[in-house]
Design a protein around this ligand. Structure first.
Ligand SMILES: [Zn+2]
Length: 187
């Protein structure tokens, strides 16, 4: 399969998820939080992979919180904010209205789950009916190479295809299932 074909598939996945999330966020009840405790990053072995994020239109506070949240999972991959767009691995593009009620979209150059090997872009909608921070965290999960969490999972996950079941707020700790997916990919 070519990289180009994979990219198209990855985009389709994200469009579906973001659209579904916007609907489910209005319909779901209180959260069923199943969060793993925050752990320190790896202290031995090879240095973590670094992925630089150019936040574009996202406020420094929101971008910083999303990046720190994923970094708290303790996987051998780290996100870092950069002001140098040309050297960024993940570029957040200007907000743009997305069709079909979609609130966010990520272009990933491989078939998730995978370790992305090229520049990725995230586009957020200016819609305000779904928390922007949660949308960004979900899309950054794709940019880290994550797929959606399994449908059968009943608890909180920021990578759910339908809603997040996290109560509309970012969980204090990375949920177990999301952390496991990140560690499976990056160690
Ligand atoms: Zn998605």
């Amino acid at each position: 399969m070519t990289a180009n074909a994979s990219r198209i598939i990855a985009i389709a996945l994200c469009v579906f998820a973001a659209c579904a999330s916007a609907v489910a966020a209005r319909e779901q009840g209180r959260p069923e939080v199943s969060a793993a405790p925050v752990t320190a990053g790896p202290t031995t072995g090879p240095a973590p992979h670094m992925l630089r994020v150019y936040p574009g239109p996202v406020s420094p506070a929101t971008a910083g919180r999303a990046v720190a949240w994923w970094n708290s999972a303790g996987a051998r991959v780290r996100l870092a904010i950069t002001t140098n767009k040309t050297k960024a691995d993940i570029v957040i593009l200007p907000d743009r209205r997305l069709p079909g009620g979609v609130v966010g979209r990520t272009r990933v150059p491989c078939w998730v789950p995978c370790r992305p090997f090229g520049r990725e872009t995230i586009t957020l909608s200016p819609r305000t009916d779904y928390p922007r921070l949660l949308t960004l965290v979900h899309e950054l999960g794709h940019a880290l190479g994550l797929n959606h969490s399994p449908r059968r999972h009943r608890g909180c996950s920021v990578m759910r295809a339908v809603g997040d079941r996290c109560g509309g707020e970012l969980p204090a700790a990375v949920p177990t299932i999301d952390r496991a997916a990140l560690l499976d990919l990056w160690g």
